[in-house]
Design a protein around this ligand. Structure first.
Ligand SMILES: *[C@@H]1O[C@H](CO)[C@@H](O)[C@H](O)[C@H]1NC(C)=O
Ligand SMILES: *[C@@H]1O[C@H](CO)[C@@H](O)[C@H](O)[C@H]1NC(C)=O
Ligand SMILES: *[C@@H]1O[C@H](CO)[C@@H](O)[C@H](O)[C@H]1NC(C)=O
Ligand SMILES: *[C@@H]1O[C@H](CO)[C@@H](O)[C@H](O)[C@H]1NC(C)=O
Ligand SMILES: *[C@@H]1O[C@H](CO)[C@@H](O)[C@H](O)[C@H]1NC(C)=O
Ligand SMILES: *[C@@H]1O[C@H](CO)[C@@H](O)[C@H](O)[C@H]1NC(C)=O
Ligand SMILES: *[C@@H]1O[C@H](CO)[C@@H](O)[C@H](O)[C@H]1NC(C)=O
Ligand SMILES: *[C@@H]1O[C@H](CO)[C@@H](O)[C@H](O)[C@H]1NC(C)=O
Ligand SMILES: *[C@@H]1O[C@H](CO)[C@@H](O)[C@H](O)[C@H]1NC(C)=O
Length: 440
């Protein structure tokens, strides 16, 4: 069992002057492709990757408390489980070279492997970027604001420039900051700061990441994009999904629901996308969710619910999960329970006769401001094992309990499928509407 990616956790000071003026924007678009299929038999791998990723999200939060008691410190993490997510093509340099990099709403840095490598993942289709072959490449000096936002503990400066390094658990990445012309879809942007990683440890899974959180180094921050949206097609469709930036990221559907993007009071400039999950209905049961169930914990470092592109399943903190589980169990009492451990999941049922399970209760999530999400069935309850004739044998709830030591709840990408979701950074709102992603 190999780990899936290299990691860099960055603590980022926020009392830094704004780095970029907003650039002039017409919208632009690109396409996303799923890195892996979530087909029957693949769920336990997905859960394992999720668990690494959540450990990192949590590590990022606790690192704040350990690093300093100064609450103006912000957290970014370059995360694991990039194989559970989606790739987007980023073309870098002049002439441009194309890299499929993982879109990550949980991290900030844009990075790719750069030659000459001390140690790089061996990716036959995507050899490392060659800075010497690009006429627009330049290294960033340590005095640059981009370098200064990387915390002291994760950077060092020498004649090479602004060196960053991050290590966590089994993953590792290190390199230096540089500037390049970056193309996304049909649009070209000069002077974008990115990480040239020359040392990557522990896995061979990706040529890089494009960070989309609110941190100053992220693509959306650097390009001054006030909003972005995506619409993930179901894993079973295996097709391309759209991602839209700037004015093109516009949700005009009549059924659009909106809820504020909220701040963790202890991490006021946190770069995660937190929403306020206020209620859950399972079938006929309105669960007794209170304002404390998914609230931030008293220390402020835990709790809360984030929307994340790179986590596969949906993870709810213990108390909230227990209510959800209880409601499903009591409404599916006539079905045959199956131990979900072998699938990495918790609540599973055997199907009889090879058909889809009947009588699975509906799941509705409610958010601050009255936004409601009636989750499509295959986004929360799906086939995880088939019989010898390829017919459904076991179906499971794709919502699982968060690890005990990690108190954050995460809305993963499976739950976001067939939904057009909009991150309105300027308006501090998260909006969504059911959609046919092939028509967005
Ligand atoms: C990314 O680029 C490669 C090669 O340039 C192309 O084959 C692939 O279809 C592109 N993928 C997406 C999602 O646009
Ligand atoms: C927090 O850090 C900032 C920047 O390093 C500093 O200006 C501020 O005084 C610090 N606040 C506290 C309470 O230490
Ligand atoms: C980084 O931190 C170390 C120890 O905490 C300190 O000695 C050093 O001066 C700091 N460097 C910068 C550039 O702030
Ligand atoms: C700068 O530091 C990095 C990592 O610490 C090292 O690999 C590199 O050789 C150094 N460059 C110079 C010019 O000293
Ligand atoms: C790359 O990773 C895959 C699984 O993620 C593994 O099967 C393969 O052996 C790895 N290759 C190398 C060269 O490490
Ligand atoms: C979104 O579309 C609506 C209707 O087409 C338009 O009125 C509005 O200005 C657009 N918003 C943005 C940010 O482009
Ligand atoms: C499920 O199976 C695992 C081992 O395969 C076992 O440890 C666990 O106790 C079982 N759970 C239940 C509820 O039987
Ligand atoms: C279980 O009960 C539900 C209604 O409560 C029904 O729709 C479903 O068909 C039943 N399933 C089985 C296997 O009997
Ligand atoms: C979440 O929404 C509820 C209900 O509107 C409110 O009482 C609570 O303070 C909100 N929590 C946060 C962290 O904003």
């Amino acid at each position: 069992m190999v780990s899936r990616a290299a990691i860099l956790a960055l603590l980022v000071l926020v009392l830094i002057p704004p780095i970029t003026a907003a650039r002039d924007h017409h919208g632009f678009r690109a396409t996303l492709t799923p890195i892996q299929q979530l087909s029957p038999g693949k769920h336990s791998d997905a859960v394992r990757r999720d668990s690494h990723r959540i450990a990192l999200l949590s590590y990022a939060a606790t690192a704040v408390s350990k690093a300093t008691t100064n609450s103006s410190v912000n957290v970014q993490a370059l995360l694991e489980n990039i194989q559970g997510g989606y790739n987007m093509n980023l073309s870098i340099g002049t002439p441009p070279r194309t890299f499929p990099v993982t879109v990550d709403t949980g991290s900030s840095l844009i990075w790719t492997q750069c030659a000459p490598c001390t140690k790089c993942f061996d990716l036959p289709d995507t050899p490392p970027f060659q800075p010497a072959s690009s006429s627009t490449f330049s290294k960033l000096p340590c005095t640059s604001n981009f370098c200064q936002v990387i915390p002291n503990s994760s950077r060092s400066c020498n004649a090479t420039g602004c060196m960053y390094h991050g290590t966590y658990g089994v993953g590792y990445t290190a390199g230096y900051l540089a500037m390049e012309t970056i193309n996304v879809g049909e649009s070209s942007f000069p002077n974008v700061a990115f990480g040239c990683s020359t040392e990557n440890g522990a896995d061979n899974s990706s040529s890089g990441i494009v960070g989309l959180n609110r941190g100053p180094l992220s693509l959306v921050s650097q390009l001054g994009v006030g909003r972005f949206s995506y619409c993930l097609r179901s894993y079973t469709d295996a097709g391309e999904s759209p991602i839209l930036f700037g004015s093109l990221a516009n949700l005009t559907d009549a059924k659009v629901q909106s809820t504020p993007l909220i701040k963790n009071p202890a991490l006021t400039r946190s770069s995660f996308y937190y929403v306020n999950l206020t209620g859950i209905t399972v079938g006929s049961t309105d669960l007794p969710i209170t304002r404390t169930t998914f609230a931030f914990t008293e220390t402020g470092l835990g709790g809360g619910t984030i929307v994340d592109s790179g986590t596969t399943l949906t993870h709810l903190i213990k108390e909230g999960y227990a209510m959800v589980r209880q409601a499903f169990v009591s409404q599916m009492g006539n079905l045959t329970a199956v131990n979900g451990t072998q699938f990495g999941l918790d609540l599973c049922f055997g199907t009889s006769g090879g058909g889809e399970l009947q009588g699975v209760p509906a799941l509705v999530l409610r958010f601050e401001g009255g936004a409601e999400y009636a989750v499509p069935r295959r986004s929360y309850f799906d086939v995880v094992a088939v019989d010898s004739r390829g017919r459904p044998a076991v179906e499971c709830l794709l919502v699982i309990p968060a690890r005990e030591d990690l108190s954050i709840s995460i809305i993963g990408n499976v739950l976001q499928m067939d939904l057009h979701v909009l991150y309105d950074l300027d308006g501090e709102m998260f909006s969504f509407a059911p959609a046919d992603c092939t028509k967005v």
